[in-house]
Design a binder for this molecule. Sequence first.
Ligand SMILES: C[S@@+](CC[C@H](N)C(=O)[O-])C[C@H]1O[C@@H](n2cnc3c(N)ncnc32)[C@H](O)[C@@H]1O
Ligand SMILES: C/C=C\c1ccc(O)c(OC)c1
Length: 369
Amino acid sequence: MEESKSLRVVNKDLVVEENATELLEAQAHIFSHIYSYVNSGALKCAAQLGILETIHSHGKPMPLSHLVSSLPVHHSKAPFVYRIMRILVHAGFFRLEKIDGEEEGYVLTLASKLLLKDNPFTMAPFLPVILHPILTSLWDPLSTWFQNDDPTPFDTAHGMKFWDYTVLHPDISQKFNESMASDARLATRMVIERCKGVFEGLESLVDVGGGTGTMAKAIAKEFPSMECTVFDQPHVVADLQGSNNLKYVGGDMFDSIPSAEAVLLKSVLHDWTDEECVRILERCKHAIGTRNGSKGKVIIVEMMISENDDEVDQVSTQAKLCFDMMMMTMFNGKERSEKEWAQIISGAGFKNYKISHLLGFRSVIEVFP
Ligand SMILES: C[S@@+](CC[C@H](N)C(=O)[O-])C[C@H]1O[C@@H](n2cnc3c(N)ncnc32)[C@H](O)[C@@H]1O
Ligand SMILES: C/C=C\c1ccc(O)c(OC)c1
């Protein structure tokens, strides 16, 4: 068969010679990108059907026929299980392994193990939140938002701020807090394993926007002589009980923050605009006060967008850029580069900062007055 070497692409005032192979690659690139949400849909479905738990509890490679008969699926749908499995093998969530001789069975990969509900670091709670219709419906009105003066695409879709929506919908609030707590468990483990020194010697710490207290609880346990406070919106901390060196305080971080030697801000500033971040950081600066010989500081745990795209891991970069878009559509927040962090830090009147890129996906920024 003779292959055509070039095609003529004609557009209104431009004629370009393109290699046929490259054109077809570009077409596949487009489809693969347009269909990105199919990957999330397939993963969500597999999790809802309990496919991950089923394969895990089988304990050895699980043949398709066995998987199908173990799942709560209608017999007319049995032939379709293979289709979900095929795309998720391709996406790196399952692997096919030889059992003995001929037969093959599915096993979990590290990524799907991290989605098991009883993994202590489970990411499972993120699926029903990030893929909840209240968030997946934000992409349609995105271009409308660009053309009107609504504060966020979330406002365009739902007529109110995300935080106000969670007050009216306790089920969403609970799902959201659960997903943040699961993220905090993994992040806390990394912080304590790799950046313990950041907290050593502190007498007191307030975790601002600390959610239900996952990180503060672990820090309070690791450092029994540190007085820890979880500060969050009143409805988030209302029913929570503290312990010896941990207490919960409800309030608004834009009004005032309980004073402590150090303030922790994890996954809070990326929810806000630069101007709002400067206001939050000014309140934090006030909260750590100007003690004599104080080691007072603000500890920020967030992602950092790399300024040089070639240097970094493509999967992390893709995830960070998706977070950035998510923060924009939910809150008008953003993921920041070091330069952008430096700007809001000095904007709030802090003198210097120190970054530890020890957390893979995330960084720790210590900010000093
Ligand atoms: C993305 S969550 C981060 C939770 C926690 N730091 C973590 O990383 O798991 C942001 C938190 O900020 C809290 N928050 C939002 N507005 C706030 C306000 N005005 N004052 C105090 N907390 C607020 C939310 O309730 C939520 O728990
Ligand atoms: C649950 C949806 C995603 C999300 C929303 C706000 C955040 O601050 C966040 O931090 C990791 C994640």
